[in-house]
Write a new protein. Structure first.
Length: 196
């Protein structure tokens, strides 16, 4: 620090002596920081900003329950049975929920202000009689400012997409109202409007 001060005071870098070897520090003097204990003492707005910056970006969130047929046929001559091969699938299942939901009360409150969160187990049976809470499932969690909402072509079929969109509409009317024109697919937009 004194070298920097003398450099500023002198103004001519050629007259300042700079050490050629860095100062040696023993391992005993090095302290690893594994905690930031001053975080709770930061101003509230700064803490909230840190929580918002830690939200995941770029997640793909499926708006609908998807149906797909896994390979259950024993041979090519076996007749395909739609009822026997149907399974529920979520493309976003491997993507973690925002960590800020689990840190503390303050971070959770901040997360809930920016995310639409619905528990899939609250939805009733669909038209095929599939109960959406057959298996423990992660909630529908979406931040429209940071993430992409999508539905595949098969899910545009009103039997797959319609009931789930109507459920979202009942639980969070503002979500559908703000985002119904975002999708660019007439069928999905029509389904949103039908849900109103």
């Amino acid at each position: 620090m004194s070298d920097n001060i003398s450099l500023l005071a002198v103004g001519d870098p050629s007259t300042v002596s700079v050490p050629t070897q860095p100062a040696e520090v023993s391992q005993a003097e090095v302290k690893t920081l594994d905690k930031f204990t001053l975080f709770p003492k930061l101003p509230l707005e700064l803490r909230r900003s840190v929580y918002r910056w830690s939200f995941p970006r770029g997640r793909l969130v499926s708006v609908a329950k998807e149906l797909f047929a896994p390979h259950h046929r024993r041979d090519d001559n076996e007749k395909f049975s739609f009822q026997n091969s149907i399974a529920l699938h979520h493309a976003e299942a491997g993507i973690p929920l925002p960590t800020t939901l689990f840190v503390n009360i303050e971070s959770r409150e901040q997360t809930l202000r920016h995310y639409f969160i619905l528990f899939r187990t609250d939805q009733p049976n669909d038209e095929y009689g599939f109960r959406l809470n057959r298996h423990p499932e992660r909630p529908f969690c979406f931040n429209p400012d940071l993430e992409t909402l999508y539905a595949t072509i098969p899910s545009f079929h009103e039997h797959l997409c319609g009931p789930w969109i109507q459920f979202i509409k009942r639980k969070h009317p503002r979500f559908v109202e703000e985002h119904k024109d975002f999708y660019g697919t007439r069928k999905l937009v029509c389904t949103f409007r039908d849900a109103e």
